[in-house]
Design a binder for this molecule. Structure first.
Ligand code: FMN
Length: 359
């Protein structure tokens, strides 16, 4: 597999990004394994404190000299005041079943203050690559990364979002198709308008921007990587594929659910965080969606459901977990992450050769 422009930009061997996955999957072990195998290991640091970011970066540096990236959720407009009585009533049932203390409404946290403190930690660690999703951070933040020579990657779900990101000065764009697991990165239109499949999104984004495009959403093997490259992408970002690997910190109940689920098992829901994200349907999604007004806006719903999710992870109860996964989940392999990168590279080469033979 030859290097693309993205490989040169990021200083990596293969144009494969292990997706940043906030909430525990992206352990130091996973990031080191992905980067050591020639891909780009990435921390989903949105829920990490500045100190946790510093520790993760130091631990990674101690084990590899390869590049890695850190990703954050850019702050979004603070939602209007919300009465969480109905949310708490539903959560009380789950907390009782899980045997944990009753839920309470958290003190609202200021997203911008939290984000700025995380940014300070990332800059302090001189992380070579910074990526973000949910919005475009302020120009003053992006220029701080530029000032230390870091590469910046933003997430788009439509062509207009990709153009806006390019105008903001990013070095590469992750184009996220509707198949993708986890949160939608949509920021310029209501989420339903931006449910564009990877196959349709990538060539339209590639035609509209000059910076390298990283395809994400439903890519799990060499066939998907070859297809993304054929559409003009210069890299791919895989979440669900790395979620299933040995080094991923996803709870085993999450990995088991991935192994058991079929392609029609996921849907996009606000039930866990208040923001649209794709995951395997379970009881909590069904019950919250039966009363949509009981779902608080992001980021409040995320804070409200945290204790339930943590308890469920500890006790292996998948019905209370946010089982984020993309639509191609049947192709997940529960293997070592470094071995996954090696298999992906081999399969992509084979696929490209097979296509060449069709000429
Ligand atoms: C468990 C999980 C957590 C995710 N968390 C983040 C995140 O913190 N930041 C981000 O930019 N993308 C996040 N994503 C989305 C991925 O970057 C990527 O768009 C998606 O995984 C691609 O689709 P796939 O899962 O089909 O490979 C997450 C995806 C998953 C599955």
């Amino acid at each position: 597999m030859k290097k693309t422009r993205l490989c040169e930009l990021l200083g990596i061997q293969y144009p494969i990004v292990q997706a940043p996955m906030a909430g525990g999957p992206t352990t130091v072990d996973l990031v080191v394994a992905a980067s050591d195998a020639g891909a780009l290991g990435s921390f989903g640091a949105a829920y990490m404190s500045p100190q946790q970011i510093r520790e993760a970066c130091a631990a990674t540096r101690a084990r590899t000299d390869r590049p890695f990236s850190v990703n954050l959720f850019a702050p979004v407009p603070q939602p209007p005041a919300y009465d969480a009585t109905r949310t708490l009533a539903r959560l009380r049932i789950y907390h009782e079943e899980l045997g944990i203390a009753a839920p309470f409404a958290p003190v609202p946290s200021d997203q911008a203050t939290q984000f700025n403190a995380q940014v300070d930690a990332i800059l302090e660690c001189r992380v070579p690559i910074f990526s973000f999703t949910f919005a475009i951070p302020p120009a003053s933040t992006l220029s701080r990364f530029k000032a230390i020579g870091a590469i910046v990657i933003g997430t788009a779900t439509t062509v207009d979002e990709a153009v806006a990101l390019q105008d903001s000065g990013v070095d590469a764009i992750c184009a996220q198709g509707s198949e993708a697991g986890g949160h939608r990165g949509t920021f310029a239109v209501p989420f339903e308008r931006a449910m564009i499949g990877t196959m349709a999104l990538i060539p339209q984004v590639v035609d509209a921007v000059k910076v390298p495009v990283i395809a994400s959403g439903g890519i799990m093997d060499g066939r998907g990587i070859a297809a993304a490259l054929a559409l003009g992408a210069e890299g791919v970002q895989l979440g669900t594929a790395f979620l299933a690997t040995t080094q991923s910190g996803a709870p085993s109940a999450h990995k088991d659910a991935l192994s058991a689920a079929k392609e029609d098992a996921t849907s996009v829901t606000r039930a866990f965080s208040g923001r649209h994200a794709r995951g395997i349907r379970n009881r909590v999604i069904d019950e919250f969606e039966s009363d949509p007004e009981s779902i608080a806006p992001y980021p409040l719903q995320n804070a409200l459901t945290r204790a339930m999710r943590n308890a469920a992870a500890a006790s292996g109860r998948a019905e209370y977990l946010s089982l984020w996964a993309g639509q191609a989940l049947r192709l997940a392999r529960r293997i070592d992450a470094g071995e996954l990168v090696r298999q992906l590279v081999r399969e992509t080469d084979q696929c490209i050769s097979a296509l060449d033979a069709l000429r």
